[in-house]
Design a protein around this ligand. Structure first.
Ligand SMILES: Cc1cc2nc3c(=O)[nH]c(=O)nc-3n(C[C@H](O)[C@H](O)[C@H](O)COP(=O)(O)OP(=O)(O)OC[C@H]3O[C@@H](n4cnc5c(N)ncnc54)[C@H](O)[C@@H]3O)c2cc1C
Length: 278
C-alpha cells in the first residue's frame, strides 16, 4: 500500500521540480492498452530535460526505484500496482524536427511522440523508411526501447543516434554503431531513459509512401482486433496459449505475497513476443 502522501518530504521535493507534475497513487489501468494496472506510488510527468534530470537525481537521493511508461501498449501491470515511481514524458518530448539537407533526411523526434503520427507525417512529406511502423500504438521511446518492428523491418534499421539519460540524470548519447539491438530489445544499459531518437529516412515519392502506409493499415485492420483491451502480439498466438498464460501470470502476481523490494529500474525489454511485466 502507498504510505506516502503529498506532504511527505519526498512528495514536497518532487512537487518543487519545475516541469514535473506529481500524482500520488495514480491508477495505471487508464494508461495501458490492456486497461489493467493498479496504482503507482508516485506517477510523475515531466515536460523537459532539466525536469527529467532533476527528477532522476531526487529519486536516486531517496533511493526510489522507477520505470518508464510510454503509451502502455507493451506492459502488463499487476492490480497491486507499482511500488516506486512511474515516469511519463510529455511536453518537449513530443517534438518532431525534420532535417532535409544534401539528399539526407533526418527526423529528430522526442521519445513521447506517437509512432503512428510520425509515420503519417513522414508519408505526407514523401519520406520513406518508416512505413513498417504504421499501426504500432506506442511512443518513439517505447518503440526504440523495444526495437519495435513489423513486416520485415524494425527500428534498429532507421536509427541514426539517440539521446538519453542515465538513472542518475546524466545526459547520454549513442550513435547507431554504439548500439546493439536484438529481437524486440535495444540492450540499453539498465535505467537508461530514452529522450530523443534521430532517424535516417529516404526522400521518395509522396504518393508511393502514402500507398504503402494505406496498404499496411488495411493489413493490420484485417488481422488485428480493434477496440478491445490487448497488448499487441498476443492476438498472433492461439487463444488458450499465450492469452491463457498472461491471465495465469497476472493471477500469480495478484495471489503471491509481494516480493521484497524488487528493483523496478527500467531495464532490458522482455523476451520475444512477451510484454514487460511491471
Ligand atoms: C494493437 C497493438 C499492436 C501492436 N503491434 C506491434 C507491432 O506490430 N510490432 C511491435 O514491435 N510491437 C507491437 N505492439 C507492442 C507495442 O506497441 C510496442 O512494443 C511499442 O513499441 C511499445 O511502446 P509504448 O510507448 O507503448 O511502450 P510501453 O508499453 O509504455 O513500454 C514498453 C517498455 O519500454 C520502456 N520504455 C518506454 N518508454 C521509454 C523511454 N522513453 N526510455 C526508456 N524506456 C522506455 C518501458 O519501461 C517498458 O519496459 C503492439 C501493441 C498493440 C496493443
Amino acid at each position: 500500500m502507498v504510505k506516502e502522501n503529498m506532504n511527505s518530504p519526498l512528495a514536497e521535493e518532487l512537487n518543487s521540480i519545475p516541469g514535473a507534475k506529481l500524482k500520488i497513487a495514480e491508477p495505471l489501468a487508464r494508461y495501458t492498452s490492456m486497461k489493467i494496472g493498479g496504482p503507482a506510488d508516485y506517477f510523475i510527468e515531466v515536460v523537459h530535460d532539466s525536469a527529467l534530470a532533476n527528477l532522476l537525481r531526487v529519486l536516486e537521493l531517496y533511493k526510489i526505484d522507477f520505470c518508464l511508461l510510454g503509451n502502455g501498449s507493451n506492459v502488463l501491470i499487476s492490480d497491486r500496482g507499482v511500488r516506486g515511481a512511474v515516469i511519463r514524458l510529455a511536453g518537449e518530448f513530443k517534438r518532431l524536427e525534420w532535417h532535409d539537407e544534401n539528399g539526407e533526411v533526418h527526423a529528430r523526434v522526442g521519445a513521447a511522440y506517437p509512432v503512428t503520427q510520425l509515420v503519417r507525417e513522414a508519408a505526407r512529406k514523401g519520406y520513406a523508411g518508416l512505413e513498417f511502423a504504421e499501426g504500432i500504438p506506442g511512443t518513439v521511446g517505447g518503440a526504440l526501447f523495444m526495437n519495435a518492428g513489423a513486416y520485415g523491418s524494425e527500428f534498429e534499421k532507421i536509427v541514426a543516434r539517440i539521446q538519453a539519460m542515465t538513472c542518475s540524470g546524466q545526459p547520454l548519447e549513442f550513435s547507431r554503431h554504439e548500439m546493439r539491438f536484438g529481437y524486440r530489445d535495444s540492450h540499453l544499459p539498465i535505467g537508461t531513459v530514452v529522450t530523443r531518437v534521430e532517424m535516417r529516412l529516404q526522400r521518395s515519392e509522396t504518393a508511393g509512401v502514402a500507398v504503402k502506409v494505406r496498404e499496411l493499415t488495411q493489413r493490420r485492420k484485417s488481422s488485428q482486433p480493434s477496440g478491445l483491451p490487448n497488448s499487441g502480439s498476443m492476438f498472433r498466438n492461439p487463444p488458450g496459449d499465450f492469452a491463457g498464460r498472461l491471465i495465469e501470470l497476472r493471477w500469480q502476481l495478484d495471489e503471491n505475497p509481494p516480493r521484497p523490494d524488487k528493483p523496478h529500474r527500467s531495464s532490458h525489454g522482455p523476451p520475444a513476443e512477451s510484454v514487460t511485466l511491471i
